[in-house]
Design a protein around this ligand. Structure first.
Ligand code: AMP
Length: 451
């Protein structure tokens, strides 16, 4: 422990360790929340526009949901889950991804009786015990969507299109490259699996440890391993395109023609398989066009077998997820300035009990008129309060002392010019609206429909 880790001592003189977030887990501070809020707004708007409804599944689920839904052999389940026992010995897991929980909810709540397909979206934190590095955290946020209950290539393209609309709204569409592949149905993959096993037979020693393990459990995963030697072998491996059934190929061709119709540029990537067991047919990822597969911004695909695998009836589905932290990194790299509603318009400084009493009503009147107002309602001197107003970088400060209370006025100080003038208390709201401008007011007030 370094000196830096030790903050203070308790009453018995024992050193107290400085409290910190766990490794790979971060606070979201107000500055980043400006990005978060904007991204969530964009997502909610695009999903609502397309008829999706929001779902929140719990942060913890029974471990089987992910073992079954994501697959025992995947990296997520075999190495990355936060799993623990509750007090009655039941194994629970912090959700590492969103689809398995959404499918569990679809089955549990009988959503197959709803009009199909059911279109759901979520904005949620997820947890994976992965090695932390830039863009890879142990708690991260995803925007995800699932279309459950119908199989049509147009729905796969719908997912991709909504994601693209969001990239455009966020000012990062030029930075993103869409990679697509079709990995067929579970059944058509059997022959291909055999071909892969044949190809890799005798080459085991050139593979990384993970790939050697995956060879027997999920050989498709060898194709998207990031280790260089494995990549070289993967490039020469048999390609699934040669094993696609005519139905798979027709599905894939339709996906591509719909993307063309919408003017969405894509790269066909025969190595793309995605890390999870449940995918069938279409898989896609959104890459940083310069960096490639490292730190993908999002991904998704069709998972026609998952609902059945999790105990429901045979139900096709498709979905995608975007990582919010990675979207923010993209926006920062693109120098996107997010509109922020956090700037304060007016700071109210007061001195004396009478002034404070008057301030309470004035502050409320200003806020109700759409003026973002902070009141220094503590005991600081006038000088200290004005210094604080400076730190808030407000354009105007209102000053109210005993003299002003007696005269029924407020001093309005223009902070940039350093000039002030008295305004009758009864006139303060219209005067501030005039000074700030109607267009600057914050009149969003969702609760007022009930008043
Ligand atoms: P996946 O389900 O692994 O394809 O993840 C979908 C998206 O979530 C990725 O493309 C990333 O944007 C994001 N994501 C996944 N894992 C992490 C992580 N450990 N840290 C930050 N973002 C992540």
């Amino acid at each position: 422990m370094s000196d830096d880790d030790v903050k203070s001592a308790d009453s018995s003189g024992n050193k107290i360790q400085k409290m910190q977030t766990p490794n790979g887990i971060h606070d979201i501070l107000p500055k980043d929340h400006e990005f978060f809020t904007f991204i969530k707004k964009v997502a909610r708007h695009r999903f609502r526009q397309a008829g999706f409804r929001r779902i929140t599944t719990p942060v913890i689920e029974h471990t089987e949901v992910f073992q079954r839904g994501v697959g025992e052999d995947t990296d997520i389940v075999s190495k990355e889950m936060y799993t623990f026992e509750d007090r009655s010995g039941r194994s629970l897991t912090l959700k590492p991804e969103g689809t398995a929980g959404a499918v569990r909810a679809y089955i549990q709540h009988g959503m197959k009786e709803w009009p199909q397909p059911v279109e759901l979206y979520y904005i949620e934190p997820h947890f994976r015990y992965d090695r932390p590095q830039k863009g890879r955290y142990r708690m991260f946020w995803q925007i995800g969507a699932e279309i459950i209950g119908e199989s049509d290539p147009a729905l796969d393209v719908q997912c991709i299109f909504i994601a693209y609309k969001m990239f455009k709204d966020l000012g990062i569409d030029k930075r993103i490259s869409l990679q697509i592949n079709n990995i067929g149905s579970q059944k058509s993959r059997e022959k291909y699996r055999e071909a892969l096993l044949n190809y890799y037979s005798g080459k085991e020693r050139s593979l990384c440890d993970d790939c050697r393990r995956r060879l027997s459990s999920n050989p498709l995963r060898l194709l998207d391993c990031k280790v260089e030697d494995c990549q070289i072998l993967a490039r020469l491996a048999p390609q699934f395109a040669d094993y696609r059934t005519p139905e798979d190929q027709a599905f894939h061709d339709l996906v591509k023609s719909f993307l063309d119709e919408l003017g969405i540029v894509y790269t066909e990537n025969p190595q793309l398989v995605r890390g999870l067991d449940y995918y069938t047919q279409t898989v896609f990822e959104f890459w940083d066009s310069e960096v490639g597969s490292q730190n993908a911004v999002g991904g998704g695909g069709r998972y026609d077998g998952l609902v059945e695998l999790m105990g429901g009836s045979e139900t096709p589905a498709v979905g995608f997820a975007l990582g919010i932290e990675r979207l923010i990194n993209q926006m920062k790299a693109a120098n996107v300035n997010v509109p922020s509603k956090d700037e304060v318009h007016v700071f109210v400084a007061q001195l004396g009990d009478e002034a404070k009493k008057k301030c309470l009503r004035i502050i409320d009147n200003l806020r109700e008129a759409g003026i973002r107002t902070v009141g220094a309602l503590g005991k600081g001197s006038m000088k200290a309060q004005l210094r604080l107003a400076d730190k808030f970088q407000v354009p105007y400060c209102l000053i109210l002392g005993a003299t002003e209370v007696r005269d029924g006025v407020i001093l309005v100080r223009d902070m940039a010019k350093g000039q002030q003038h008295p305004v009758p208390m009864t006139e303060i709201v219209p005067e501030m609206i005039r000074l700030l401008g109607e267009d600057k007011l914050d009149r969003y007030s969702p609760g007022e429909i009930f008043n």
